[in-house]
Every structure is written in structure tokens, then in C-alpha cells.
Ligand binder design. Structure first.
Ligand SMILES: CC(C)(COP(=O)(O)OP(=O)(O)OC[C@H]1O[C@@H](n2cnc3c(N)ncnc32)[C@H](O)[C@@H]1OP(=O)(O)O)[C@@H](O)C(=O)NCCC(=O)NCCS
Length: 184
């Protein structure tokens, strides 16, 4: 079952996804400290405290060890820089997972986030054998909504969720895709 699997690297035509580790922390800090990255996320505080990226990397390693989640550093292939983080957190109740991501602004608009998200969803369905992937997107986050539509996720509703960088709850669209919808 999914919880016994320890997959390492996932590759796409332009990207390498590898388990997030402590050595990625300086680059994570470089983009997560920016308001334009933090403002739409459910887990990046603003201002970004010292040690936050290191704590995030340690937590990622424990989640991975317990099988509770898979957090990847996204790097441009052939020695390029790390440009983002992407993760799937498993839900305890059913065979579903929640997708999350944040990319460095200087990498936006090149299709990198869509490419990484497609690969991670494929991994979640085929390797982790999940039945459903969900994502929550703040309603003003046009780029993220377009990304999810582009990779085949459908908006099924909305709910209020915490936005730590704004220190309040905000309205989020709920997006879903089922394995039965994309299986070939
Ligand atoms: C959302 C995010 C990951 C998109 O990254 P990206 O690498 O630019 O995404 P892609 O290049 O794959 O583009 C995905 C879609 O967003 C669109 N897009 C990119 N930047 C945009 C912008 N500033 N405004 C509106 N749409 C935008 C692209 O045109 C594309 O849509 P299309 O297929 O209809 O053309 C990135 O903006 C980000 O990290 N934002 C901050 C963190 C965040 O919002 N995380 C998501 C929380 S749910």
C-alpha cells in the first residue's frame, strides 16, 4: 500500500522533483519570504520567520518517513536552479490527498508548475494508488485556478480557509480530480 512506498526522484521533460531536504532551505526562504508567494498560501507566514524553511524541510522528512505526505523540491533539469516546492498530503480517512505548491516568481509563466503538478498527480494515482486529489485555491488566485483547470481538476465548491500571511480566513475554491476520470 501507499504508506510503505519510498519513491525518490520524479522526472519530467524539463524538471526534477526530489524529496525536500535541509540543503534546499536557503532557496525555499528566497521565494517563500516574498509577499506575492505567501499571500495565497495556506501555510506560508509573512513575514517569513528565520528557521521556517529548515523546520518545513524537517517536517517534510518526518511526513515522508511516516507515509503521511510527499514534499518535493522542483529543480530545472540539467543543473538548473530549484524553482519551487510541491506536495501531496495524504488524508487519513480515505484514499485521497491534498495538492499544494509554491514557485519562485522569476519562474512563473513557463508552465513549470503545471508540469510538476501533472507529474505529482500521476505519481499519486499510479504509485500511491490514491482515488482522489483535492486542492484549495483562494478565489483571487487566478494563476492557480488556471493551473488546476489546465491539469484537469474541476471546481466543485468553496469554503473559508485560513490564510496565515493575511492573518484571517479567506474564501477558497475546492478543486478535485478522481482517478476514475483520468485513468487510461
Ligand atoms: C500558482 C503558481 C504556482 C503558478 O506557477 P506558474 O509556473 O506560473 O504556472 P504555469 O506557468 O504552469 O501556468 C499555469 C496557468 O496560470 C497562468 N498564469 C501564470 N501566471 C499568471 C498570473 N500572474 N495571472 C494570471 N494567470 C497566470 C498561466 O497562463 C497558466 O494558465 P493557461 O494554461 O490558461 O495559460 C505560481 O503563481 C505561484 O507559486 N504562486 C504563489 C503561490 C501560490 O499561489 N500557490 C498556490 C496555492 S493554491
Amino acid at each position: 500500500m501507499a504508506r510503505a512506498i519510498r519513491p525518490d526522484t520524479i522526472t519530467t521533460s524539463r524538471l526534477v522533483l526530489e524529496p525536500l531536504a535541509l540543503h534546499h532551505a536557503p532557496q525555499v526562504t528566497r521565494f517563500c519570504r516574498l509577499w506575492e508567494v505567501a499571500r495565497y498560501t495556506a501555510n506560508i507566514p509573512h513575514p517569513y520567520p528565520a528557521g521556517c524553511a529548515e523546520a518545513f524541510a524537517k517536517d517534510a522528512a518526518s511526513k515522508r518517513e511516516s507515509g503521511g505526505g510527499w514534499v518535493y523540491a522542483v529543480t530545472v533539469a540539467d543543473g538548473g536552479e530549484m524553482i519551487g516546492v510541491i506536495d501531496i498530503t495524504l488524508c487519513d480517512k480515505d484514499r485521497s490527498g491534498e495538492l499544494g505548491y509554491a514557485f519562485a516568481p522569476w519562474s512563473w509563466g513557463n508552465g513549470y508548475a503545471s508540469e510538476a503538478a501533472r507529474a505529482l498527480i500521476e505519481f499519486a494515482f499510479r504509485v500511491l494508488r490514491l482515488d482522489k486529489i483535492e486542492a484549495y485555491v483562494m478565489v483571487e488566485n487566478e494563476a492557480s485556478e488556471r493551473l488546476l483547470a489546465r491539469i484537469g481538476m474541476r471546481r466543485v465548491g468553496e469554503r473559508m480557509m485560513p490564510a496565515p500571511a493575511r492573518e484571517r480566513d479567506v474564501l477558497c475554491g475546492i478543486f478535485q480530480v478522481f482517478w476514475s476520470q483520468v485513468r487510461r
